[in-house]
Design a protein around this ligand. Structure first.
Ligand code: BES
Ligand code: ZN
Ligand code: ZN
Length: 525
């Protein structure tokens, strides 16, 4: 009998072959009435609906935000949108959240087993952006990662959503058609993000990730995709990526996606996402159950994948968008990199490894420096970088850091408009010395040990967007400069471990909407 092969690289069905975009459920939005469908009425006051007065009284329905009741006689779900501020604390996210209201609506629809609904009436002031958030909220809340469940226990529901005439009139048919295209693109893309974050590491690894990205953009004429393999990475001194990925049987890949507008762009943006398809910690192995969920360590890359996909579909006019992600697996084996290794990064700066579990910043270092060679106006990275971000800010908030206040403020504002919790976190210069090395330029942990690990990680990254610090003669720099850069630590916000009752356990898809909002605003500048 022949010995079993040691390395079965195609041990599982490839994600690429599964054609996941076809398998994902899809809610349809129709611009017509349907008298048989459940009506969904969003209202901020019960005054206008006098005929339902006794029903509302019976159920104590006051149209307050979060309230929802179903009237069987009218076959109508009433959803309240009147936000009454009760809390005294300063919380910019304590406000009306249309996306969340969509989730509440989906819950109601599921309760009465409805899979079609007609959005019939509305608040007089229902801006189209809120309509988008609301409908997207319904669509996302009804999606679950069902891939591995039998048919009869799948939780996802695909609805047919009918848009009533009065809504069409108030928003305008043309605007609505455009808006629906955007909603669909966002819905598909966020489902893609959530799917691949939830996908097990033996299915989604650097090779399948690269294949999936190539395939996703292959039909889009305004997009080019380049995939660089381990040989290219080695030849181009991308040693941060190479060292981290070395212990895995799946060698690392660098993905570069470019989306160009039809005419000459006014702005160039590079989006970067941490793409650790699995983070075992490496030789400094994760213990005490901390390894579980580390399939999500590529959520930064997935997020930027989602943003890039929407950007490629809604066609921005003035922004050239680049997405860069290094995909790697941080594993244990004879080839693994070690604590004590000193890595000469792509920038030429050296880093002594103090902990193989602080791997994300090593891969990001190379990608950030490579991004500067594209000479962009802005660099934004998203990364599930530190447990410290969760300890400091809970698992809801994205920590937003950076070196450019306009960029950072703009991002926090864009997230806030989408009700995606994020906070600006300063990176005090006084802490910078904590990431400096004794026998190397930098270390990959911090001398402050457990203090503000998200901030010291951010400070570490900042060295790789400043070309004044570069000393790799192979990197051609005309006039060295520091690039405008923002860093999003999404370690908490990308994944719901079960203590966030608003959404399904697992990938949240958070940040895609906020980043896209920021891009669309930049496009109009
Ligand atoms: N991927 C983890 C960070 C993480 C932790 C993300 C929990 C999501 C949930 C990262 O690579 C890591 O292990 N960071 C270490 C850094 C430390 C060794 C300096 C951490 O945060 O403990
Ligand atoms: Zn790690
Ligand atoms: Zn990690």
């Amino acid at each position: 009998m022949a010995a079993a092969p040691l390395l079965r690289l195609s041990a599982t069905s490839s994600l690429y072959k599964k054609n996941i975009m076809n398998k994902l459920h899809s809610t349809e939005i129709l611009l017509k009435q349907n008298s048989k469908a459940v009506k969904v009425v969003v209202l901020s006051s019960t005054k206008t609906l006098k005929k339902n007065k006794s029903f509302f009284e019976m159920y104590k329905f006051k149209a307050n935000y979060g309230q929802a009741v179903y009237s069987q006689i009218d076959n109508t779900i009433f959803v309240g949108s009147n936000f009454v501020k009760k809390q005294k604390s300063m919380d910019p996210f304590y406000k009306l959240d249309w996306y969340h209201l969509g989730a509440i609506t989906a819950k109601c629809l599921n309760k009465i087993n409805a899979n079609s609904a007609e959005l019939r009436t509305y608040n007089a002031d229902f801006p189209i952006e809120d309509f988008e958030r609301y409908v997207l909220g319904i669509m996302q809340a009804s999606w679950h990662y069902d891939e591995y469940l039998p048919e009869d226990s799948k939780k996802s529901t695909a609805y047919s959503l009918y848009i009533s005439d009065d809504l069409i009139k108030s928003m305008g048919k043309q605007a609505l058609i455009k808006s629906i295209d955007k909603i669909k693109s966002l819905d598909n893309s966020i489902r893609l993000v959530r799917t691949i974050v939830n996908e097990p590491p033996e299915t989604l690894h650097p090779y399948t990730a690269a294949e999936l990205i190539k395939k996703t953009f292959s039909t889009k004429r305004n997009v080019s995709v380049k995939i660089y393999d381990e040989k290219w990475l080695d030849k181009n001194s991308m040693n941060g990526i190479t060292f981290v990925g070395r212990g895995s049987r799946y060698q690392p890949r660098l993905v570069h996606v470019t989306i160009k507008p039809k005419s000459k762009p006014k702005h160039k943006v590079v989006l970067i996402g941490k793409g650790l398809t699995y983070d075992s910690g490496g030789l400094d192995i994760k213990i005490g159950g901390n390894m579980k969920t580390m399939k999500m360590d590529m959520a930064g890359a997935a997020t930027m994948f989602g943003v890039a996909r929407v950007a490629s579909e809604i066609s921005l006019n003035n922004v050239e968008v680049h997405w860069l992600s290094a995909f790697a697996e941080n594993m244990i084996g004879p080839n693994s990199y070690k604590s004590d290794d000193i890595i000469t990064t792509y920038s030429g700066q050296t880093v002594e490894v103090f902990n193989t579990d602080a791997e994300g910043r090593l891969t990001l270092a190379d990608v950030l420096s490579y991004a500067t060679t594209l000479n962009p106006d802005y660099i934004i990275d998203a990364a599930t970088l530190t447990g410290a971000a969760i300890v400091a800010l809970s698992d809801r908030f994205t920590a937003v850091m950076g070196n450019d206040s306009d960029l950072v403020d703009g991002l926090v504002g864009s997230f806030q408009e989408e009700s995606e919790p994020s906070v600006y976190v300063p990176m005090p210069e006084s802490l910078r010395s904590s990431v400096k090395g004794e026998i190397s330029d930098l270390i990959n942990t911090s001398k402050l040990d457990r203090q503000a690990g998200h901030i010291t990680a951010g400070l570490f990254l900042s060295h790789f967007v400043d070309q004044n610090l570069f000393r790799n003669s192979k990197v051609k720099i005309k006039k060295p400069r520091e690039f405008a850069w923002a860093h999003l630590d999404i370690a908490g916000s990308a994944y719901n471990n079960g203590n966030n009752s608003l959404g399904a356990v697992g990938a949240t898809g958070q940040s895609v909407r906020g980043l896209l909002n920021w891009l669309i605003k930049l496009d109009s500048k």
